[in-house]
Design a protein around this ligand. Structure first.
Ligand code: NAP
Length: 248
């Protein structure tokens, strides 16, 4: 399957869902700009997989919560690969698992700045660029947490993902006339480093009993949904929140 969105920015492309998305999009003919913030070795490993599939890949260290970094991410994309036609807003953090009463202000601020301000900064730049050259497609990675609320785990994170859904719906209406489609994928529990980072590496296995399909998801199963939403097969799909959660 080929795609008309040939130059795609993936934030948080070094690991997990973002890395799987880069590999899948490369197989479907996208050149990629891969953003990361800390793990340069993982970013290079994913970039090697993209190049092995015959596609170009620029790697940019860019903290999506920092405006200048986001501008540099897109500037590098355009300088090295050409006009950006796709954005996967994926870089996200949760902070430690726990109740809101126990969360630090620093953790709350970081989650809001990366998951919400970062998505807004990337969407804004994509809207400007894609609007100026005839269209494109944006996929925001949300979460099933947006509707579950995640009590006891991270209601602040869930709130930023509900905001992602609102951003997706509103921006799809704002940008539809410019030929820019905006959709979201809302994963359930997916096997990535994120669970160890939040303090419970066994969380996906422990959650299996609560998932109708009986298992956590694999990053490639989220990547497949993202690839479809960016593809011409989704040409009449915008403002959609596609839940990929094993029924949870
Ligand atoms: P992950 O394995 O922890 O990877 C996070 C990625 O985001 C890494 O590439 C990391 O870069 C990057 N990143 C973190 N903060 C960043 C920042 N400020 N600027 C730029 N990049 C940043 O996470 P994941 O599980 O793949 O999650 C990806 C997305 O899916 C997130 O939006 C998350 O909320 C969502 N999601 C995940 C699950 C799940 O169960 N895993 C479920 C629902 C939704 P470095 O490698 O440089 O650290």
């Amino acid at each position: 399957m080929s795609s008309t969105t040939s130059v795609t920015v993936v934030t948080g492309g070094s690991r997990g869902i973002g890395a799987a998305t880069c590999v899948r999009l490369a197989a479907e003919g996208h050149d990629l700009v891969l953003g990361y913030v800390r793990d340069g070795a993982a970013a290079e490993e994913t970039a090697r997989a993209v190049r092995a599939a015959g596609r170009r890949c620029a790697v940019v260290r860019a903290d999506t919560s920092v405006e200048a970094d986001v501008e540099r991410l897109f500037d590098t994309a355009e300088a090295e690969l050409g006009l950006v036609t796709g954005l996967v807003n994926n870089a996200g953090v949760t902070g430690p698992l726990g109740r809101l009463a126990d969360a630090t202000t620093e953790d709350l601020r970081r989650v809001v700045e990366v998951n919400l301000l970062g998505y807004l900064l990337c969407c804004r730049r994509a809207a400007r660029d894609m609007g100026a050259h005839g269209g494109g497609a944006i996929v925001n990675i949300s979460s099933a947490a947006a509707t579950l609320g995640s009590p006891g785990d991270y209601v602040h994170y869930a709130a930023t993902k509900a905001a992602t859904d609102a951003l997706t719906v509103g921006l799809s209406k704002e940008l539809g006339p410019d030929g820019i489609r905006v959709n979201a994928v809302a994963p359930g529990i997916i096997e990535t480093d994120m669970h160890a980072t939040m303090g419970d590496p066994d969380r996906p296995a422990k959650a299996a009993a609560t998932i109708p399909l009986g298992r956590p998801g694999h990053p490639s199963e989220i990547a497949a949904a993202v690839a479809w939403l960016l593809s011409p097969d989704a040409s009449y799909t915008t403002g959609t929140i596609l839940r990929v959660s094993g029924g949870r």
